[in-house]
Design a protein around this ligand. Sequence first.
Ligand code: UT7
Length: 347
Amino acid sequence: MRADLRIGFVGYGAYVPETTLTNEELTHLVDTSDEWIRRRTGIQSRRILNGTETILDMTVGAARKAMLDAGVEAHEIGDIRVGVNTWMRFPSLATQVQKALGATDAAACDVSAGCSGFIYAVEEAYNKIFVERVKYGRALTSLVVGVDALSHITDWSDRGTCVLLGDGAGAVVIREVDAGGILATHTHADGNFGHLLYSETVPVLQAASAAPGPVQQIEKGPPAFLRMEGRKVYAAAVDTMVGEVRRVIEKYNQTSGESIGIGDIDYVFPHQANLRIVEMVAKRLRIPLDKIYTDGIVKYGNTSTASIPLGYCDVRDRFPDRPPGRLEVDVAFGAGFASGAILRRVP
Ligand code: UT7
Protein backbone atom coordinates (compact mmCIF):
# COMPACT_ATOMS: atom_id res chain seq x y z
CA MET A 1 0.00 0.00 0.00
CA ARG A 2 1.23 3.51 -0.73
CA ALA A 3 2.10 4.77 2.75
CA ASP A 4 1.36 8.42 1.92
CA LEU A 5 -2.11 7.76 0.49
CA ARG A 6 -4.75 8.24 3.18
CA ILE A 7 -8.46 7.91 2.50
CA GLY A 8 -11.08 8.66 5.14
CA PHE A 9 -14.47 10.04 6.12
CA VAL A 10 -14.74 13.83 5.83
CA GLY A 11 -18.48 14.36 6.36
CA TYR A 12 -21.41 12.62 8.08
CA GLY A 13 -25.20 12.81 7.73
CA ALA A 14 -28.23 11.05 9.21
CA TYR A 15 -31.94 10.93 8.51
CA VAL A 16 -34.66 9.12 10.45
CA PRO A 17 -38.40 9.34 9.73
CA GLU A 18 -40.54 11.61 11.90
CA THR A 19 -42.92 8.90 13.11
CA THR A 20 -41.94 7.07 16.29
CA LEU A 21 -43.38 3.63 17.05
CA THR A 22 -43.11 2.74 20.73
CA ASN A 23 -43.07 -0.68 22.38
CA GLU A 24 -46.39 0.16 23.99
CA GLU A 25 -47.95 0.78 20.55
CA LEU A 26 -46.71 -2.62 19.38
CA THR A 27 -48.61 -4.32 22.21
CA HIS A 28 -51.79 -3.36 20.32
CA LEU A 29 -50.58 -5.28 17.24
CA VAL A 30 -49.05 -8.47 18.66
CA ASP A 31 -48.88 -10.41 21.93
CA THR A 32 -45.82 -8.70 23.44
CA SER A 33 -44.85 -6.29 26.19
CA ASP A 34 -42.53 -3.34 26.71
CA GLU A 35 -40.78 -5.38 29.40
CA TRP A 36 -40.10 -8.35 27.04
CA ILE A 37 -38.80 -6.14 24.23
CA ARG A 38 -36.49 -4.12 26.50
CA ARG A 39 -35.14 -7.16 28.33
CA ARG A 40 -34.51 -9.30 25.21
CA THR A 41 -33.40 -6.58 22.78
CA GLY A 42 -32.81 -3.24 24.56
CA ILE A 43 -35.17 -1.51 22.10
CA GLN A 44 -37.46 1.22 23.44
CA SER A 45 -38.75 2.71 20.20
CA ARG A 46 -38.11 2.83 16.47
CA ARG A 47 -38.82 5.29 13.62
CA ILE A 48 -40.93 4.21 10.65
CA LEU A 49 -41.94 5.75 7.33
CA ASN A 50 -45.56 6.85 7.58
CA GLY A 51 -46.52 7.25 3.92
CA THR A 52 -45.49 10.90 3.50
CA GLU A 53 -41.71 10.27 3.55
CA THR A 54 -40.05 7.67 1.32
CA ILE A 55 -36.87 5.61 1.30
CA LEU A 56 -35.54 8.03 -1.34
CA ASP A 57 -36.25 11.01 0.98
CA MET A 58 -34.26 9.33 3.74
CA THR A 59 -31.34 8.55 1.42
CA VAL A 60 -31.17 12.01 -0.13
CA GLY A 61 -31.67 13.65 3.30
CA ALA A 62 -28.71 11.81 4.83
CA ALA A 63 -26.57 12.38 1.70
CA ARG A 64 -27.23 16.15 1.65
CA LYS A 65 -26.28 16.49 5.31
CA ALA A 66 -23.04 14.55 4.79
CA MET A 67 -22.13 16.72 1.78
CA LEU A 68 -22.86 19.91 3.73
CA ASP A 69 -20.77 18.61 6.62
CA ALA A 70 -17.89 17.84 4.24
CA GLY A 71 -18.25 21.11 2.33
CA VAL A 72 -18.63 19.15 -0.89
CA GLU A 73 -20.82 20.22 -3.85
CA ALA A 74 -22.77 17.75 -6.00
CA HIS A 75 -20.51 18.28 -9.04
CA GLU A 76 -17.49 17.12 -6.97
CA ILE A 77 -18.98 13.68 -6.26
CA GLY A 78 -17.47 11.05 -8.58
CA ASP A 79 -18.99 7.89 -7.10
CA ILE A 80 -22.21 7.07 -5.21
CA ARG A 81 -22.76 3.74 -3.44
CA VAL A 82 -25.94 2.96 -1.55
CA GLY A 83 -26.05 -0.03 0.79
CA VAL A 84 -29.74 -1.06 0.75
CA ASN A 85 -31.91 -4.19 0.89
CA THR A 86 -35.40 -2.72 0.63
CA TRP A 87 -35.43 -0.69 -2.59
CA MET A 88 -36.87 -3.75 -4.40
CA ARG A 89 -36.85 -2.30 -7.94
CA PHE A 90 -34.62 -0.81 -10.64
CA PRO A 91 -33.02 1.48 -11.68
CA SER A 92 -30.97 1.52 -8.53
CA LEU A 93 -31.65 3.80 -5.57
CA ALA A 94 -28.15 5.25 -6.07
CA THR A 95 -29.08 6.53 -9.54
CA GLN A 96 -32.19 8.21 -8.10
CA VAL A 97 -30.04 9.85 -5.43
CA GLN A 98 -27.63 11.00 -8.14
CA LYS A 99 -30.55 12.57 -10.01
CA ALA A 100 -31.95 14.26 -6.87
CA LEU A 101 -28.55 15.69 -5.94
CA GLY A 102 -27.62 16.70 -9.48
CA ALA A 103 -24.33 14.79 -9.17
CA THR A 104 -23.91 14.59 -12.92
CA ASP A 105 -20.25 13.45 -12.90
CA ALA A 106 -20.84 10.45 -10.64
CA ALA A 107 -21.06 6.72 -11.19
CA ALA A 108 -23.84 5.20 -9.06
CA CYS A 109 -24.84 1.74 -7.88
CA ASP A 110 -26.52 -0.12 -5.01
CA VAL A 111 -24.82 -2.66 -2.77
CA SER A 112 -26.92 -5.50 -1.33
CA ALA A 113 -25.21 -7.26 1.59
CA GLY A 114 -27.85 -7.53 4.31
CA CYS A 115 -27.13 -5.46 7.41
CA SER A 116 -23.44 -5.32 6.36
CA GLY A 117 -24.24 -3.28 3.22
CA PHE A 118 -22.68 -0.08 4.55
CA ILE A 119 -19.37 -1.85 5.32
CA TYR A 120 -19.31 -3.45 1.86
CA ALA A 121 -20.14 -0.12 0.20
CA VAL A 122 -17.39 1.73 2.11
CA GLU A 123 -14.89 -1.00 1.19
CA GLU A 124 -15.80 -0.70 -2.49
CA ALA A 125 -15.67 3.09 -2.41
CA TYR A 126 -12.31 3.05 -0.64
CA ASN A 127 -10.85 0.57 -3.15
CA LYS A 128 -12.06 2.64 -6.08
CA ILE A 129 -10.61 5.88 -4.68
CA PHE A 130 -7.33 4.03 -4.12
CA VAL A 131 -7.16 2.58 -7.65
CA GLU A 132 -8.18 5.85 -9.31
CA ARG A 133 -5.34 7.66 -7.52
CA VAL A 134 -2.61 5.00 -7.86
CA LYS A 135 -3.41 3.87 -11.40
CA TYR A 136 -4.86 6.97 -13.04
CA GLY A 137 -3.59 9.83 -10.86
CA ARG A 138 -7.15 11.05 -10.32
CA ALA A 139 -8.61 12.26 -7.01
CA LEU A 140 -12.10 10.84 -6.44
CA THR A 141 -14.73 11.89 -3.92
CA SER A 142 -17.26 9.24 -2.99
CA LEU A 143 -20.65 9.40 -1.29
CA VAL A 144 -21.71 6.26 0.61
CA VAL A 145 -25.17 5.86 2.12
CA GLY A 146 -26.52 3.03 4.27
CA VAL A 147 -30.32 3.04 4.19
CA ASP A 148 -33.20 0.65 4.76
CA ALA A 149 -36.96 0.78 5.19
CA LEU A 150 -37.45 -2.51 6.96
CA SER A 151 -41.02 -1.44 7.80
CA HIS A 152 -41.80 -2.12 4.11
CA ILE A 153 -41.09 -5.82 4.58
CA THR A 154 -42.19 -6.25 8.19
CA ASP A 155 -44.91 -8.79 8.95
CA TRP A 156 -46.79 -6.85 11.63
CA SER A 157 -48.37 -10.07 12.86
CA ASP A 158 -44.99 -11.77 13.57
CA ARG A 159 -43.93 -10.82 17.11
CA GLY A 160 -40.55 -12.52 16.64
CA THR A 161 -39.47 -9.86 14.10
CA CYS A 162 -41.82 -6.84 14.08
CA VAL A 163 -40.61 -5.56 17.45
CA LEU A 164 -37.01 -5.40 16.19
CA LEU A 165 -37.13 -3.38 13.00
CA GLY A 166 -36.94 0.32 12.14
CA ASP A 167 -36.20 2.69 9.24
CA GLY A 168 -33.35 5.16 8.75
CA ALA A 169 -30.38 6.36 6.69
CA GLY A 170 -26.81 7.43 7.37
CA ALA A 171 -24.20 8.77 4.95
CA VAL A 172 -20.51 9.61 4.72
CA VAL A 173 -18.34 11.45 2.22
CA ILE A 174 -15.03 9.69 1.58
CA ARG A 175 -11.94 11.20 -0.02
CA GLU A 176 -8.20 11.60 0.45
CA VAL A 177 -7.27 13.05 3.84
CA ASP A 178 -4.09 14.49 5.36
CA ALA A 179 -4.05 12.30 8.47
CA GLY A 180 -5.68 9.11 9.72
CA GLY A 181 -8.23 7.40 7.46
CA ILE A 182 -9.23 3.82 6.70
CA LEU A 183 -6.49 1.40 7.76
CA ALA A 184 -8.03 -1.92 6.70
CA THR A 185 -11.31 -3.50 5.64
CA HIS A 186 -12.48 -7.10 5.72
CA THR A 187 -15.65 -8.69 4.30
CA HIS A 188 -17.05 -12.21 4.07
CA ALA A 189 -20.36 -14.02 3.38
CA ASP A 190 -21.84 -17.50 3.70
CA GLY A 191 -24.92 -18.03 1.56
CA ASN A 192 -25.38 -21.53 2.99
CA PHE A 193 -27.24 -19.85 5.84
CA GLY A 194 -29.51 -17.76 3.61
CA HIS A 195 -32.57 -19.66 4.85
CA LEU A 196 -32.16 -18.34 8.42
CA LEU A 197 -32.77 -14.67 7.54
CA TYR A 198 -34.43 -13.74 4.25
CA SER A 199 -37.30 -11.94 2.58
CA GLU A 200 -40.00 -14.08 1.01
CA THR A 201 -40.38 -14.14 -2.72
CA VAL A 202 -43.56 -12.37 -3.76
CA PRO A 203 -45.85 -15.01 -5.31
CA VAL A 204 -47.35 -12.55 -7.79
CA LEU A 205 -43.87 -11.54 -8.92
CA GLN A 206 -43.02 -15.18 -9.61
CA ALA A 207 -46.15 -15.53 -11.71
CA ALA A 208 -45.45 -12.23 -13.46
CA SER A 209 -41.90 -13.22 -14.37
CA ALA A 210 -43.24 -16.40 -16.00
CA ALA A 211 -45.90 -14.53 -17.96
CA PRO A 212 -45.46 -10.75 -17.62
CA GLY A 213 -48.67 -9.01 -16.61
CA PRO A 214 -49.70 -5.46 -15.79
CA VAL A 215 -47.57 -3.58 -13.26
CA GLN A 216 -50.65 -3.05 -11.03
CA GLN A 217 -50.89 -6.80 -10.58
CA ILE A 218 -47.40 -6.82 -9.07
CA GLU A 219 -48.00 -3.77 -6.91
CA LYS A 220 -51.15 -5.31 -5.41
CA GLY A 221 -49.33 -8.52 -4.55
CA PRO A 222 -48.48 -9.43 -0.96
CA PRO A 223 -45.31 -7.83 0.41
CA ALA A 224 -42.04 -9.75 0.63
CA PHE A 225 -42.01 -10.28 4.39
CA LEU A 226 -38.78 -10.61 6.35
CA ARG A 227 -38.42 -14.03 8.02
CA MET A 228 -35.84 -14.99 10.63
CA GLU A 229 -34.87 -17.85 12.91
CA GLY A 230 -33.85 -15.44 15.64
CA ARG A 231 -31.98 -17.71 18.01
CA LYS A 232 -29.69 -19.21 15.32
CA VAL A 233 -29.01 -15.80 13.82
CA TYR A 234 -28.24 -14.42 17.28
CA ALA A 235 -25.54 -17.03 17.95
CA ALA A 236 -23.96 -16.58 14.52
CA ALA A 237 -24.05 -12.77 14.87
CA VAL A 238 -22.00 -12.85 18.08
CA ASP A 239 -19.39 -15.34 16.78
CA THR A 240 -19.02 -13.64 13.42
CA MET A 241 -18.75 -10.08 14.71
CA VAL A 242 -16.09 -11.11 17.23
CA GLY A 243 -14.17 -12.84 14.41
CA GLU A 244 -14.49 -9.84 12.07
CA VAL A 245 -13.00 -7.43 14.62
CA ARG A 246 -10.03 -9.74 15.19
CA ARG A 247 -9.55 -10.36 11.47
CA VAL A 248 -9.52 -6.72 10.38
CA ILE A 249 -6.90 -5.91 13.03
CA GLU A 250 -4.78 -8.91 11.99
CA LYS A 251 -5.06 -7.87 8.36
CA TYR A 252 -3.80 -4.39 9.19
CA ASN A 253 -0.96 -5.65 11.37
CA GLN A 254 0.22 -8.09 8.70
CA THR A 255 0.48 -5.41 6.02
CA SER A 256 1.64 -2.46 8.13
CA GLY A 257 4.17 -4.12 10.42
CA GLU A 258 2.36 -2.53 13.40
CA SER A 259 1.01 -4.55 16.29
CA ILE A 260 -2.32 -3.01 17.18
CA GLY A 261 -4.31 -4.98 19.77
CA ILE A 262 -7.95 -4.94 20.85
CA GLY A 263 -6.87 -2.84 23.84
CA ASP A 264 -5.74 -0.04 21.51
CA ILE A 265 -9.23 0.47 20.08
CA ASP A 266 -10.87 3.67 21.30
CA TYR A 267 -14.41 3.00 20.08
CA VAL A 268 -16.49 0.36 18.25
CA PHE A 269 -19.56 0.93 16.08
CA PRO A 270 -21.27 -2.47 15.87
CA HIS A 271 -24.36 -3.06 13.76
CA GLN A 272 -27.31 -2.40 16.08
CA ALA A 273 -29.29 -5.67 15.87
CA ASN A 274 -29.90 -6.37 19.54
CA LEU A 275 -28.36 -4.86 22.68
CA ARG A 276 -27.65 -8.35 24.02
CA ILE A 277 -25.66 -9.24 20.88
CA VAL A 278 -23.58 -6.06 21.24
CA GLU A 279 -22.98 -6.72 24.94
CA MET A 280 -21.90 -10.29 24.22
CA VAL A 281 -19.50 -9.12 21.49
CA ALA A 282 -18.00 -6.61 23.95
CA LYS A 283 -17.63 -9.27 26.62
CA ARG A 284 -15.96 -11.77 24.27
CA LEU A 285 -13.53 -9.11 23.00
CA ARG A 286 -13.00 -7.73 26.52
CA ILE A 287 -13.91 -4.23 25.43
CA PRO A 288 -15.60 -2.07 28.11
CA LEU A 289 -19.18 -1.14 27.25
CA ASP A 290 -18.42 2.58 27.38
CA LYS A 291 -16.25 2.06 24.30
CA ILE A 292 -19.11 0.52 22.30
CA TYR A 293 -21.99 2.33 20.61
CA THR A 294 -25.35 1.01 21.87
CA ASP A 295 -27.77 3.95 21.77
CA GLY A 296 -28.96 3.28 18.22
CA ILE A 297 -30.65 0.01 19.11
CA VAL A 298 -32.43 1.67 22.05
CA LYS A 299 -34.04 4.52 20.10
CA TYR A 300 -34.06 3.34 16.46
CA GLY A 301 -34.26 -0.49 16.70
CA ASN A 302 -32.52 -2.52 14.01
CA THR A 303 -32.18 -0.20 10.99
CA SER A 304 -30.10 -2.72 9.02
CA THR A 305 -27.48 -1.11 6.79
CA ALA A 306 -28.17 2.37 8.27
CA SER A 307 -27.29 1.53 11.85
CA ILE A 308 -23.52 2.17 11.73
CA PRO A 309 -23.55 5.56 9.94
CA LEU A 310 -26.50 6.65 12.10
CA GLY A 311 -24.25 5.85 15.04
CA TYR A 312 -21.46 8.10 13.75
CA CYS A 313 -23.82 11.09 13.72
CA ASP A 314 -25.34 10.28 17.08
CA VAL A 315 -21.96 10.02 18.81
CA ARG A 316 -20.66 13.14 17.13
CA ASP A 317 -23.72 15.18 18.13
CA ARG A 318 -23.38 14.10 21.74
CA PHE A 319 -19.58 14.35 22.02
CA PRO A 320 -18.55 17.07 19.55
CA ASP A 321 -15.15 17.61 21.20
CA ARG A 322 -13.74 14.11 20.76
CA PRO A 323 -10.10 14.48 19.64
CA PRO A 324 -8.85 13.34 16.20
CA GLY A 325 -6.57 10.33 15.88
CA ARG A 326 -8.91 7.89 17.64
CA LEU A 327 -8.73 4.27 16.55
CA GLU A 328 -12.23 3.01 15.68
CA VAL A 329 -13.73 -0.22 14.37
CA ASP A 330 -17.04 -0.73 12.54
CA VAL A 331 -18.43 -4.26 12.46
CA ALA A 332 -21.60 -5.79 11.01
CA PHE A 333 -23.37 -9.07 10.34
CA GLY A 334 -26.63 -9.89 8.56
CA ALA A 335 -28.59 -11.80 5.91
CA GLY A 336 -26.61 -14.18 3.69
CA PHE A 337 -24.39 -14.22 6.73
CA ALA A 338 -22.59 -11.33 5.03
CA SER A 339 -20.27 -9.68 7.52
CA GLY A 340 -17.53 -7.09 7.54
CA ALA A 341 -15.34 -4.75 9.55
CA ILE A 342 -13.45 -1.51 9.02
CA LEU A 343 -10.46 -0.31 11.04
CA ARG A 344 -10.12 3.48 10.92
CA ARG A 345 -8.14 6.29 12.45
CA VAL A 346 -10.34 9.38 12.69
CA PRO A 347 -8.84 12.21 10.58
O1 UT7 B 1 -29.73 -7.64 11.91
C1 UT7 B 1 -29.01 -8.81 11.80
C2 UT7 B 1 -29.65 -9.99 12.19
N1 UT7 B 1 -30.59 -9.98 13.27
C3 UT7 B 1 -30.22 -10.36 14.48
O2 UT7 B 1 -29.06 -10.49 14.76
C4 UT7 B 1 -31.30 -10.69 15.49
C5 UT7 B 1 -30.94 -11.99 16.16
N2 UT7 B 1 -31.92 -12.54 17.08
C6 UT7 B 1 -32.38 -11.91 18.19
O3 UT7 B 1 -32.10 -10.77 18.44
C7 UT7 B 1 -33.22 -12.71 19.16
O4 UT7 B 1 -33.16 -14.07 18.83
C8 UT7 B 1 -34.72 -12.25 19.23
C9 UT7 B 1 -34.81 -10.88 19.89
C10 UT7 B 1 -35.31 -12.20 17.84
C11 UT7 B 1 -35.52 -13.23 20.06
O5 UT7 B 1 -34.98 -13.32 21.36
P1 UT7 B 1 -34.73 -14.77 22.01
O6 UT7 B 1 -34.26 -14.53 23.38
O7 UT7 B 1 -33.83 -15.53 21.07
O8 UT7 B 1 -36.19 -15.38 22.08
P2 UT7 B 1 -36.77 -16.70 21.37
O9 UT7 B 1 -36.95 -16.49 19.91
O10 UT7 B 1 -35.98 -17.88 21.80
O11 UT7 B 1 -38.19 -16.80 22.05
C12 UT7 B 1 -38.33 -16.98 23.48
C13 UT7 B 1 -39.80 -16.86 23.80
C14 UT7 B 1 -40.69 -17.74 22.91
O12 UT7 B 1 -41.77 -18.21 23.69
P3 UT7 B 1 -41.75 -19.71 24.31
O13 UT7 B 1 -41.64 -20.62 23.11
O14 UT7 B 1 -40.53 -19.77 25.19
O15 UT7 B 1 -43.03 -19.78 25.04
C15 UT7 B 1 -41.21 -16.76 21.89
O16 UT7 B 1 -42.45 -17.17 21.32
O17 UT7 B 1 -40.25 -15.51 23.60
C16 UT7 B 1 -41.38 -15.52 22.72
N3 UT7 B 1 -41.37 -14.29 21.96
C17 UT7 B 1 -41.93 -13.16 22.39
N4 UT7 B 1 -42.62 -12.89 23.51
C18 UT7 B 1 -43.06 -11.63 23.67
C19 UT7 B 1 -40.77 -14.07 20.75
N5 UT7 B 1 -40.97 -12.80 20.41
C20 UT7 B 1 -41.68 -12.21 21.40
C21 UT7 B 1 -42.17 -10.91 21.62
N6 UT7 B 1 -42.85 -10.67 22.75
N7 UT7 B 1 -41.98 -9.91 20.74
